[in-house]
Each structure stands twice: as structure tokens, then as C-alpha cells.
Ligand binder design. Sequence first.
Ligand code: BGC
Length: 368
Amino acid sequence: MAAGAALVLGLAGCAGTRAGDPGAQQPAGGDNKGALIGVAMPTKTSERWIDDGNNVKAKLEELGYQVDLQYANDKVPDQQQQIESMLNKGAKVLIVASIDGTALSQQLAAAAEDGVKVIAYDRLINGTPNVDYYVTFDNNKVGVQQGTSLLQGLGILDAEGKDTGQTDKKTIELFAGSPDDNNAHFFFDGAMSVIQPYIDKGILTVGSGQTEFSQVAIQQWKQETAQARMETILNGFYAKGGKKLDGVLAPYDGLSRGILNATKAAAIPNPIVTGQDAEKPSDKLIMEGVQYSTIFKDTRLLGDTAATMVDDLLNGREPKTNDTKTYDNKVKIVPTYLHDTHIVTKENLIKVVVESGYYTKEEVESGQ
Ligand code: BGC
């Protein structure tokens, strides 16, 4: 138990402060003291983004900055307009978690003209030279972990990720995230890199035959769209033939809950369903054995890193990065700081999510 908590806390320690860099946690001096920082978040429909916004704001305020935090309700024109307004108010740095990673070129060109630096937060901003840094989790690894936990839940891999030798045939369905979110492609490709070999061997079959990203993607990551797609698939491919649905690859907890609503309404046994973000309502379902797994991403670390980058930029220091190869936005490789992620199941949820101080035991048990 202690080892897991130490692991999570250890990561927190390494991202939050930087030993040997005495300036890193000091308020900005000179012209930038108390500067305004624009923080553009995509939506409040998912609790992770609410936590992200609050964390970044708190951390920036701790460092002495003023913060304009805006949520765009998943609407691209709202986010464009919010960024324009941040620039009009004189923001010195922008932190942007985009809705559509290709839709902000004009606003970011205006930022560059004003000498305003831009940090892409969690989601890469594509097709523009005017994004300076990227802070995120290891998105490919998230996908690999989602695929791995699906295979573990189905008994095909063991706890260490080794093949168990099981050859029973299983039927699965695949879901992916919003096509305009660059991360959705990383998650799906990462997951398929571990799932596809078992489809090729005939151990796994996708009951609906829908395996292309374009067929399985859910616009705007909407729970109700995932639920409707699952209902259509259950009616079309499972209701009559007596086929049993064993597992579902779901890339985000909101989609997982939509999928589980559909299987519940169809009164079939819960398939193994994956997820992402360790959202409280899904934590509750995992504790109850309804949802199989999620991926824990400690958004406190992301907020700390983004705020530290802002402080570095406004004090003439080069922000720290740990990946300068992976994130090509079609115009340039964006220097990135990647954080680690963890598979969470009923076995380790308390250890990873509660003992790290992310949520309380009451929150994960009540789902609120
Ligand atoms: C984030 C995920 C989140 C998803 C839906 C992605 O960009 O990386 O953590 O589940 O958006 O909000």
C-alpha cells in the first residue's frame, strides 16, 4: 500500500518543485509581477477539467499572478472568443486546453504578435507555429494501459501484463474519443497496439465489425452519444444472435458510464469496461465491480507544471521539458513535459486515488 502511495507522491514531488532552482517558486519580479495569465479550458461537463482549472488557477495565484479562467462549454467559437478577450485584457501567457486542436491558429497568431507565449495544456494544438510548450500525460501510454487493462479483465494478460495462454474466444466492442482532439488518436492507436494482435489470432472478435477510428469515435466525448451507439450495437448485433459481449474498450469514464447504462438497460451482464480520468462516479462503479478499470492522471501535477512553466517564461528561464520528439503539430515539434499515468482497478483504487490525497474515501464511495 505505502509503496503505491509513495510512487504517486514521488511523482508529485518531482513535478511540483525543482530542487536547485531557487527562483522556480518565487513570485515573478519586475514588469511581470502580478501579470495576468489566461487559462482556457474546454468544458465543465467533465469533472477532470473543473479540477484542472482550479488547480492551475490556485497554483498561479500562489506564485503571485492574476488569472482569467474561462470554460468554453465544448463550443469552438466560444473558446476562440475567450482567447481574444484574454489578449485584449493584456494576458502575458496563455494556457490552453483546446476543444478542436486545429481551430485556434488566428487567435494564436495574434498572441504571437503581442509577444504572448502559449502553453498547450493536455491537448496538443495543431497546425500553428505559435504554440511554445506542451504539458500533458504520456498519451500513447494511456492508450496502451487501456488496451492492457481490457486484456487483463478478459483474462488474456496477467497482472504483470504477460500472456496467460488463455485461448477462449471473446467478443468485444471498441470506442474512441472525439476526432478533433489529438489525444483521442493517441489513445486509440496505443490501445490497438496491444489489442490488434489478439484480433489477428482470432481470440478477440469485434462483434459489430466496427474497428476503424472513424466508425468508433464519439464526437465531443459525449456520454449520451456513446450510450446511443452501444444501444444500437446491442440491438443490431447481440440481441438476436445470442452473442455475448465480453468487453468494451472505452477511452474516458463518461463514455464508460454511457456504455454501462446501455448494457444495464439491455439487462445483460456487465462486460469488462475500461475508462480514463478516475472520475468520482466511475470510481464508485469500480468499487462496486461494475466498471472494470480507469486510468488515473494526477491533474495536480499538470497544473503545477503549467504554472511553473509560466513562471519560468516570465522570469527569463527556459521551462523544463522531457520530450522533444513525439508531439509534432504538423508545423513543428512542440517541446513537451510528460507526466506518468496509472491503471486503476478495484484492487488499487484506494491506494492510488485516495491515499495520494486526490479524492477522499467518501468521495469515491459516494461517487460525488
Ligand atoms: C483528455 C482525457 C479526457 C478527454 C475527455 C482528453 O483530451 O486527455 O483525460 O478523458 O479529453 O475530456
